[in-house]
Design a binder for this molecule. Structure first.
Ligand code: ISL
Ligand code: CA
Length: 618
């Protein structure tokens, strides 16, 4: 267990580094910085350093870090009054803890009218398939009316369906078909920003005195914040010689949540969908909604470390908790609806302060620190080491608390496929796909399958940069060329990290609909699909895999062995995280094999990436 400080005393330059690191936000911030730089925690936790005063460190590092660096960290740390409560007690039972979620990126899920774009009818057509797989809840990426600058994450009208996807009648049918099957459906809530084509922004832009002017951030003097999609976070409007803030694309304008009318309108819209019967929302970049008052300049050192300037002013903003509570109280709670926030950049303490059930903010979050190993960013071309995933997940399993609940995922629409990140050697792909599934369905938390995971999909082989149309990738490509990279180099970088890999239409025909064809049915993809079915069924059979305690049995190199137990029921999961064949964990008498990802040639050995699940006989 990690040491935690309970003191509510404000920290200052006279505080010791150790005290700073023991404070929840201090810990998360330093942890993130170390991770970004690929440095070890030991750098901070050794006695010599931890007894040093912050101001001494500030003096030593003045040249590298500048005057303000520690002031900015102190402001962030001191802005949080609370400390996380970590319960070891009973877990409250909830449908969404027992659920198996499946994320649909509608544009590339299933196209029924041949225009090359997935649609709502396509989802309806595949509901039986999803039910058979064992999925119990769906998350739909945005399906609202949008000019599609960022594939629907730029919403023009929250109450209309994107015309390429279908109509509101199609949606209503989809929702009732989902419910008829005893499944749930959650929507994507994108309210950090709207499209610049949204009527609020149009009105604000055209008329200084518009009631919607304060819905956004307009300024004559833009600050130095940068956009996640390259360049400045401020777009210039010539007519009035004024700028407006957009953390994402130039067509995704940040909403001003400090304006209570914005909150009221968002809450009204959320109620509208909940009253239609949707079961909850995934909330896009929800930790970015509260910005530091006055939008102060971003610290350049932090900006360089993180790759984005300004981020310390909004990724854990001053009113975040307050706004989340308001949305919950005035919308979600009225329907007992489920919420999962997308929260890039937040560490474990911050997540505890947002998802602790006693705090009444969000039910769950997606945090992302497991998607790249320390010192790497998404666009790096490297081999992901699963030993890091083990370290990460064990920390969360042991320290997140029973009053908080984790989401378990490896993929989503914003990342290349995890299997390809681990190795490009196709010989291992089937084994890796199964290994990932074993961990996903036996660890403590709610699994979120991303469409195609169950088919064992890997990165797409793009042959030209023109095939990559994502707004982020296009901006980054331009930036790389401006920095002097050749076209080949820039294309190679995109291939490593582009979100496009996960946005290619699912290959239904090639993979599953040829099940009758003997050759195809023995293809690895089919095998992976069967594995998903088996594991989901196993998880549903026994609540031990949902609510059971987690206990680490071995974390030697390339090995991950853990136990889940509840009321005398026990499972042991034995995973080989690497390519080398290694000795299997020797389970006590009384356990029998519940699942085996390989061929079980040798009981005492585990092949490359092989995994076994043992269950205690009762
Ligand atoms: O851009 C990032 C830093 O590299 C990401 O962490 C980013 O904050 C995250 O991917 C946010 O994603 C969500 O909001 C975006 C949208 O483009 C993504 O598809 C969505 O998942 C803007 O709405
Ligand atoms: Ca279509």
């Amino acid at each position: 267990m990690k040491e935690k400080s309970n003191q509510k005393v404000k920290l200052s330059l006279d505080s010791k580094i150790g005290t700073f690191y023991a404070s929840p936000i201090g810990h998360d911030t330093i942890f993130k910085v170390l991770m970004q730089l690929g440095l070890s925690e030991k750098l901070i936790t050794n006695k010599l350093v931890s007894n040093m005063k912050l101001k001494t460190l500030a003096r030593f590092t003045k040249k590298q870090l500048g005057e303000d660096f520690f002031q900015v960290l102190l402001r962030l740390v001191n802005s949080e009054e609370d400390v996380p409560f970590v319960s070891r007690g009973e877990i409250t039972q909830k449908w969404w803890k027992e659920a198996v979620f499946y994320q649909i990126y509608p544009r590339s899920f299933h196209d029924t009218n041949g225009d090359g774009i997935g649609d709502l009818r396509g989802i309806i057509e595949k509901l039986d398939y999803l039910q058979e797989l064992g999925v119990t809840a769906l998350w739909l990426s945005p399906i609202y009316d949008s000019p599609n600058d960022d594939n629907g994450y730029d919403i023009r009208d929250y109450h209309k369906i994107m015309k390429e996807f279908g109509t509101m009648e199609d949606f209503d049918e989809l929702l009732s078909e989902v419910h008829n099957r005893g499944m749930r459906l959650i929507m994507d809530l994108v309210v950090n920003h709207t499209s610049d084509e949204h009527e609020w922004f149009q009105s604000a832009l055209k008329d200084k005195n518009s009631p919607y002017r304060d819905y956004y951030f307009f300024s004559k003097e833009p600050n130095n914040w940068t956009s996640f999609f390259s360049g400045s976070a401020w777009n210039h409007y010539e007519e009035e010689d004024i700028y407006a803030l957009h953390l994402f694309s130039k067509k995704q304008m940040d909403l001003n949540w400090d304006n209570e009318k914005v909150r009221a309108d968002v809450i009204k819209m959320v109620n509208w969908w909940l009253s239609k019967g949707v079961d909850g929302f995934r909330m896009d970049v929800i930790n970015y909604i509260s910005k530091e008052a006055g939008l102060p300049m971003g610290n350049e050192v932090i900006g360089n470390m993180m790759g984005f300037t300004g981020i310390e002013n909004y990724y854990y903003g001053p009113n975040l908790h307050k706004y989340l509570r308001q949305v919950r109280a005035e919308a979600f709670d009225k329907y007992d609806a489920f919420s999962v926030g997308e929260t890039p950049g937040l560490g474990m303490n911050m997540c505890q302060l947002i998802t602790g059930e006693e705090r009444k903010e969000l039910d769950m979050v997606f945090s992302f620190d497991h998607l790249e190993t320390p010192g790497h960013v998404r666009f790096d071309d490297y081999e992901y080491d699963l030993n890091y995933y083990r370290e990460y997940i064990v920390d969360w399993m042991e320290n997140y608390g029973n009053n908080c609940w984790m989401s378990l995922f490896y993929n989503n629409h914003d990342n290349p496929r995890m299997i390809s990140k681990i190795t490009t050697d196709k010989a291992y792909h089937t084994a890796i796909a199964k290994l990932l599934a074993v961990m996903q369905f036996t660890l403590k938390g709610t699994p979120f399958i991303f469409q195609g995971d169950e088919m064992g999909l890997i990165n797409y082989e793009f042959s030209s940069v023109d095939e990559i149309t994502d707004v982020e990738a296009k901006g980054y490509y331009k930036e790389l060329l401006e920095k002097g990279k050749t076209k080949e180099e820039a294309f190679k970088t995109l291939l490593a990290g582009t979100r496009e890999h996960c946005r290619v239409l699912l290959p239904w025909e090639e993979i599953l609909e040829t099940a009758s064809d003997i050759v195809k049915s023995q293809a690895p993809d089919k095998e992976i699909h069967e594995t998903y079915k088996r594991l989901i069924a196993l998880r549903k059979e026994d609540k031990t895999l949902v609510y059971g305690d987690f206990m680490l049995l071995s974390n030697k190199k390339d090995r991950f062995v853990y136990k889940r137990s509840l009321d005398g029921r026990e499972y042991i999961v034995d995973c080989n995280l690497g390519k080398k064949v290694r000795k299997a964990y020797s389970v006590e008498k009384g356990f029998e094999l519940a699942y085996e990802s390989g061929k079980f040639e040798l009981k005492s050995k585990l092949n490359s990436y092989e995994a076994r699940i043992w269950v205690k006989q009762v």
